[in-house]
Design a protein around this ligand. Structure first.
Ligand code: PLP
Length: 432
């Protein structure tokens, strides 16, 4: 049994010493942490008080294979005990990084070939923008610098990835953004054409998009949008980058989200699901064409690299995680359970007229409330109520949205999903 004072002690220390990422600072200061998690198992998390919660967000859309997988702990321990770290700068290398890069080439869409490793998604995005610009320098078109992204997109919090992020509050937070980042309406390929022509195609390096916009509220693009956008990119010689940080590694019911539209990207960013959160890892993949320009035309040094690019332990964990995704057929499960999730949300939708749209692709789902007449947003209240009842989900209130989003682990069973939906239904009923 735990010391009953431990909760209070940790809570006080948390308030004083732990500045939380993406957090309401005042609320944190006043109340301390809502949950101090101590253990995970499958779709469940347990906190210090012993409370059991369904992790309906896979924590940060990333714990794809579920919590508490000892196989990954074993691999991490073995790798850490034999070679915890060595440099990959210049011509040094290590086996897990080499094998993971090869595996990624095998499973990724189109002809993506080589991988530049990072520690997470923000670094992956900044790397993609830098490599895209460097590509155009090598090609003799150094004026192609601009990066176009979509409204409601989330690409991370480094200065480049913040600048690309289409959710304005993230950009306004510092008011000191990188130049040459442009945003375009997230659902209109015509707006993209207009923007390209206004700016001049020969000033644009790349277009970046999430296949399904996650943090911005689970937005699924209109039919044919990506096809039209890819055609525009080809017409104007603009690189197409898919940000698969959330949608990669089975989340939407295919290995990578852009596969739904059969598109061959020039670059692909990934992170999160590559290790299911068991280690910190991300990266950018380059197509054959881009890789060839780098290898044939680069005469100097590739002056971009993180200390932890190709970290042996993180790469070993990723290999085992991918092994589990494949051997347990988790992508098929995400597709099947994704359909169940969307069907379940549609049933809930019919009960409550205040629900506008319900949306889903694989195990990313959302309920939009059309709650125009009041000052109160419902989603945060429902999320709060759900937490009391043992379900973690997330509210999105950017840009006047009032949405609850869900992204449970890919290992979820039908029974567990039904339980999740029941808690959600009860929470909505309790609030409206
Ligand atoms: N890109 C997308 C689509 C994301 O959802 C995120 C994080 O949520 C990022 C990039 C940033 O990744 P990280 O938080 O690992 O830096």
């Amino acid at each position: 049994h735990r010391n009953p004072n431990l909760q209070d002690e940790l809570s006080e220390l948390d308030k004083k010493y732990f500045l939380h990422p993406t957090s309401p600072i005042q609320q944190q200061q006043e109340h301390g942490p809502a949950f101090i998690f101590t253990r995970g198992d499958g779709i469940y998390l347990y906190d210090l008080s012993g409370k059991k919660m369904i992790d309906g967000m896979s924590s940060l859309w990333n714990v794809n294979i579920g919590h508490g997988r000892e196989e990954l702990g074993k691999v991490a321990k073995e790798q850490m005990s034999t070679l915890a770290f060595s440099s990959n700068f210049a011509t040094f290398s290590n086996e897990p990084a080499i094998r993971l890069a090869k595996k990624l080439a095998d499973i990724s869409p189109g002809d993506l070939q080589s991988t530049f490793f990072t520690s997470g998604g923000s670094e992956a995005n900044d790397t993609a923008y830098k490599l895209a610009r460097h590509y155009w320098i090598l090609k003799g078109q150094p004026n192609r610098k601009k990066i176009i992204s979509r409204t409601k997109s989330y690409h991370g919090v480094a200065i480049g990835s913040t600048s690309a992020t289409g959710l304005k509050p993230f950009r306004d937070f510092t008011n000191s953004l990188a130049p040459d980042f442009l945003h375009v309406n997230h659902h209109s390929s015509n707006s993209l054409r207009e923007l390209i022509e206004k700016e001049g195609p020969d000033t644009i390096a790349a277009f970046i998009t999430e296949p399904v916009q996650g943090a911005g509220g689970v937005h699924i693009a209109p039919h044919n949008y990506f096809k039209e956008v890819k055609e525009l990119c080809e017409e104007y010689d603009i690189l197409f980058i898919t940000d698969e940080v959330i949608t990669g590694f089975g989340r939407t019911g295919t290995y990578f989200g852009i596969e739904h539209d059969n598109i061959m990207p020039d670059m692909m960013c990934f992170a999160k699901g590559v290790t299911s959160g068991y280690a910190q890892l991300g990266g950018v993949m380059l197509s054959k064409k881009i890789h060839k320009v780098f290898s044939d035309m680069s005469t100097g040094t590739l002056l971009h690299g993180y200390t932890y690019s190709g970290h042996p332990m993180a790469c070993a964990v990723a290999l085992k995680n991918i092994d589990i995704i494949e051997s347990e057929r988790l992508i098929e499960n995400a597709k099947r359970m994704g359909k169940e999730l969307l069907d379940g949300l549609k049933i809930i939708q019919q009960v409550y007229p205040i629900i506008g749209k319900v949306k889903g692709k694989g195990l990313m789902g959302a309920i939009e409330f059309h709650n125009k007449n009041t000052e109160i947003t419902l989603a945060p209240l429902i999320v709060n109520e759900a937490a009391k009842r043992g379900l973690i989900c997330r509210s999105v209130v950017f840009d006047g949205q009032d949405t609850v989003v869900l992204a449970p682990p890919l290992v979820i069973s039908k029974e567990e999903l039904d339980h999740l939906l029941n808690i959600l239904d009860d929470s909505i009923k309790a609030i409206i």
